[in-house]
Structures are given as structure tokens and as C-alpha cells.
Design a protein around this ligand. Sequence first.
Ligand code: PLP
Length: 401
Amino acid sequence: MMNRKEDFLNYVCQTSSRPVGLEVDRAAGSYLYTREGKKYLDFISGIGVNNLGFSHPAVVAAVKAQAEKYLHVMVYGEYVQAPQVDLAKKLVSLLPERLNQVYFTNSGTEANEGALKLAKKYTGRKKLVSFEGSFHGDTQGSCSVTGRDIYRKPFEPLLPGIQFLPFNEVDALGMIDESVAAVITEPIQGEGGMRVPDEGFLKSLRARCDSVGALLIFDEVQTGFGRTGKMFAMEHWGIIPDIVTMAKALGGGMPLGAFAASREMMRTFSENPPLSHVTTFGGHPVSCAAGLAGINVICDEDLVEKAEADGEWIRSYLRDLAQTGCGIQSVRGKGLMIGLALDSTVLAEHLVKGAFDAGLILGWTLHTENVIRVMPPLTISRTERQEGLDVIRQVLALNVS
Ligand code: PLP
């Protein structure tokens, strides 16, 4: 008899020695259902993707409708495809005026690759600056600017001319000089442990980039589309980058990434040589149709404001819980991008495992093992919110370490 779990382990490349291994039957709203009939409440949104929960009906309808019209028709940038054009126009309407043209990719890492290439070609400079604790993706360019050496070392040599600065340290920004093409940063570090920078940091970074002529790239792959209680996290500080990258929630559950910049900057891809940066599948019409449907739901249902209010409520609940001495060191984040810093990695493991056994999906952040990710869908109901928080409280109450 077929054993799919065994086939998964044998035939699908494993990326850890301990995969969660949950066998998905279906998923809808905030819940995932297994083949054995178990139900899990997803408090990580498939790692920041499902801002509308699983399989939102508006997204599914858009996917079906577009699939019946056409799938792939031509490599990127040659034909006029309504889903791409309409989504690009919508994104531009949501972004600051300076970011008025969009290039679509398939993923977040590709969006960052494109942004880095654009910065180098536009400025004619070679050096790139990034921050310790950052995560920008796993292709070689994005890996080169990811700020944790254990993830870079096995793949060296990577891109030359990368400098890492400490995140959130204004004094270090003086290291950015006239040789720098671009500085890339997440406005709030996700895998770095949901780190929100101090009030003046991004403003000082913007000012330093301006004074030396370096471009500023914001990686909003994880923070975008209402996750932090603003449509884009940059709005918390009113800082406008030269290039912004997006993915994850952009496609409403379909693979889609993008970067936006000014038309003048983007022109560099169409000359010297023409076709300087192309992609076969980037901006797939089905993904773009899904993305537009998802963004319309976010806007029409005021989910950005809801994320801000729900996030405030959850953080306040967790801060009260921290007062009970259950091992919560601090509660971080903005909106529904929340990090729960625990006293130890052992306790973090206890919480993730205990929650899973009780039907709640939580997760680690890649670079910060004691910080647990709490990122429920923006559509989460009050009852679901309470259900998840009750599990966290109960599991931490059983902490005996
Ligand atoms: N940038 C950030 C901030 C991310 O969190 C991620 C993924 O977690 C990426 C880039 C890479 O995106 P993708 O996995 O779609 O390539």
C-alpha cells in the first residue's frame, strides 16, 4: 500500500532532519486539515503568505477565471496581459509616488536579485551593504546579502563587495560611502527575530544613502500587504526607498514576487543591452489575477486597520502573560508580525511542540532560535485569536524548565 509520508521522505528533497511532516488534506480560512482528520489553527500564515487565510474564495475564483482564459503565453515583458497590467497599476496606487513602475518575479528572492542588479546597473557602482540578522532569500545574490554567516559560508565564494553593518546602529551608517550601489534592508527584520528598529534608524539610513548617492532597497517581502498594520511597513516611519521588493502575501497564496522603482531607473533594463533582466514565468497571469483579487480584499475589508488593532490586542495579551513568569522575555513586532522572545531555546521548542500537539501551528524565526513567530492571517476571527492564545497560555503554564 502507498505510504505517502514515506514517499515524501524518500522522494522530496528534505531541508531539515525534522520536517513537520503534517499530511495536508485541505485548508480553508485559518485552519488546515490533515488526512487523519485533525485540524490545525495556523498562527504563522504559511510563513507570512496567507494574509487572507487559506484558499480565500475571491482568490480561488480569480485563479479559476484566469486559468480558463489563458495560462503562460510569452516570456515576461512582451505581451500586454491584463492581470499583470492591472496588478502593476494597483500596486503603484498603493506605493509612494516615486515607486511608479513594477517588475514581476516568481518569488521574494528573485525580487531581491532584480533589485540588486537594477541598483548596480543604474548607479554603475559595485558594492552592496546589508545588515546583520537580515534574510533576503536563498539564490546566490540574495544569499550573499543575507546577514548570518552560517547560511553563507557553505556557498562561498558568493558575490564580492558586500559589507554587513549592525542593524539599528545609527553610528555604523557612516561606513556607507560613495562606492556603494545600494543598501538593502527589511524595515522590520523577520528572520532576525521580528526586530523593529528604533524611531530614527531608517531616517538616518535614508539620509546617509542620499548623502553618498547610494540607493536604498526595502525588502518588504515579509512585511508587506497589511502584515504590520500598514499596507507597507515603510509607512510606519514615512521613509521612502528607491526600490521596494515584495512577495509572499502578494500572490494571495500563488507564487509571485515583484520590485517597484521609478520609471527612470527601470528603463536601464531595456537598454545597454536590451533585455538586461528577463524571466520566463515572472508575473504569471494566474498569479497576478490571484494577487489582484487578494489585494482588493485587503483594501475592501479594511484588513490593514484590522491587523493593527488585532496586533495591538494580541501583543497586550502576551505582555500580560509575560507578567505571570511563564518564560516570556519580551513581545516584539508591529501589527500581526509578532515575535515572542522566550527565556531559552529549550522553552521555545517546548512551546512550538506543545502548541502543535494541541492543534496550533507556531514557528521559529530562522536566525533567532528563542523568538517564536506569531503571524496569524489578517482575517482571523476573535474566537480563533482567543483559541490560539489559550493554547500558548496553557502550554507555557506547563513549562517545567
Ligand atoms: N526576503 C524576506 C524578508 C523573507 O522573509 C524571505 C522569505 O522568507 C525572502 C526574502 C525570500 O522569499 P522567497 O522564499 O519567496 O524567495
